[in-house]
Ligand binder design. Structure first.
Ligand SMILES: Nc1ncnc2c1ncn2[C@@H]1O[C@H](COP(=O)(O)OP(=O)(O)O)[C@@H](O)[C@H]1O
Ligand SMILES: [Mg+2]
Length: 387
């Protein structure tokens, strides 16, 4: 039975965190707020020689399994091992997969999960049985998020594929990523569900959380450093506030002869439209679905491709037509069949990326990590790398 409470009394994450801190304090714990930018937890709680950490999640929807696993990973990490336990406290409830995880945990598991209602914390199991009010905590300054858009007016060139796997590549590098699905087709939500947990054997894993464009609110993805929007192909259908906020925009295209001919104009128009709303975003044209060609044909296509955008390059110093020899997304069966699971198992689709190894290699993983690296080098997402 999913636990579910609507919390009309909570207006923001900060208020919710203070509320949770009060409830725990009332039960006799000393409560401290974690340092700003502290990864892994929000509150530190002590009673005698028992020291634990609390992850506070202010969500409009249920907690997902990746969100919980990330906290479990933290508790198992070098830093997390110092604590006796971890409490995961949220607003609304725990979804089916998260509850299945919780059920599978035993008494040695350090996580206990609960929901903060108006007067008390309600444990998903009996161990988190704290009641009361009082105490307080200092709000944490939220970090500035970096926004990516994946946009082109053309359908079927890989917007959703690129958005999802760029998120994966960034998550593998240790960022928490929010994917915002702005396309009315809502493919991202179908493919990735609530989110994906990306484990990191060397440290704390990260999550990719998926949001419907209509529900998007920064506070819902408080610990995400990166936001990636899978945009609607009709620019005017995307929320203007989001287009204005984009730091980077990826424009996927294909390198087939007819595609370049047609698409050149489309991209010029696309850039013009974006620039009317956003003058600062770095724009990257990315070749997707790249097939191995003979050298001669490749050089011909490449020169047509690069010259198609030279005009824009001259006028716009934040426009970059990525040389496919440097970075492109290769055609692969893994990406081609990514999403087949929603057809194979529509009742219970699993959330995963096309990042499996085949013979020790994985093209999509390599290509998207390269893309992330390229963007970082060219335009710098280094502001995020504080630790
Ligand atoms: N690099 C690639 N290699 C193989 N197939 C791809 C690749 N990129 C996209 N595809 C295929 O193209 C289809 C359309 O891609 P999608 O990301 O849904 O495009 P869009 O979101 O722009 O409509 C996908 O279902 C996938 O099968
Ligand atoms: Mg799509």
């Amino acid at each position: 039975m999913p636990l579910s409470l609507e919390p009309p009394y909570i207006a923001s994450f900060v208020e919710f965190e203070q509320h949770v801190a009060k409830l725990i304090h009332k039960a006799g714990w000393i409560v401290e707020t974690a340092k700003p930018n502290q990864p892994g937890y929000d509150l530190l709680v002590t009673k005698g020689n028992r020291v634990g950490v609390v992850q506070v999640k202010w969500l409009k929807s249920n907690v997902t399994a990746p969100q919980l696993l990330k906290f479990a990973d933290f508790l198992d990490s070098q830093e997390g091992k110092k604590f006796h336990f971890g409490w995961f406290i949220t607003t609304k409830g725990f979804g089916g997969p998260a509850l299945a995880l919780i059920r599978g945990w035993d008494k040695d598991t350090k996580i206990r999960c609960g929901i903060a209602d108006e007067n008390k914390l309600v444990g998903v199991d009996d161990l988190l049985d704290i009641s009361g009010g009082g105490g307080g905590s200092t709000p944490i300054e939220p970090q500035r998020k970096v926004y990516f858009g994946v946009f082109t007016c053309k359908g079927g060139v890989g917007k959703t594929t690129v958005a999802g796997h760029l998120a994966g590549a960034l998550a593998l590098q240790g960022f928490n990523v929010a994917l915002v699905d702005l396309d009315p087709e809502q493919n991202l939500q179908k493919l990735v569900g609530d989110g994906v947990f990306v484990p990191n054997p060397k440290g704390v894993g990260t999550t990719i959380e998926v949001f419907n464009g209509l529900d998007w609110h920064e506070d819902a993805a408080r610990d995400c450093q990166i936001v990636i929007c899978d945009c609607s192909p009709a620019l005017e259908r995307n929320p203007k506030e989001l287009i204005e906020r984009l730091d980077y925009c990826i424009i996927p295209t294909t390198l087939n002869p007819l595609g370049i001919n047609k698409h050149g104009k489309v991209i010029q128009q696309t850039v013009k439209e974006i620039r009317q709303i956003n003058k600062n975003a770095y724009l990257f044209v990315l070749v997707n679905n790249f097939k191995d060609l003979s050298v001669k044909r490749f050089q011909l296509l490449k020169s047509v491709y690069l010259s198609a955008y030279q005009e824009i390059n001259k006028l716009d110093d934040k426009f970059d037509c990525i040389d496919p020899e440097e970075v492109c997304i290769r055609a692969s069966d893994l990406l081609y069949y990514w999403g087949i699971h929603i057809l194979e198992n529509p009742e219970n689709p699993t959330s995963r990326l096309a990042f499996d190894l085949i013979g020790g290699r994985c093209y999509p993983r390599e290509d998207f990590i390269k893309l992330a690296d390229y963007i970082e080098t060219k335009a710098g997402i280094g502001i995020l790398r504080t630790n």
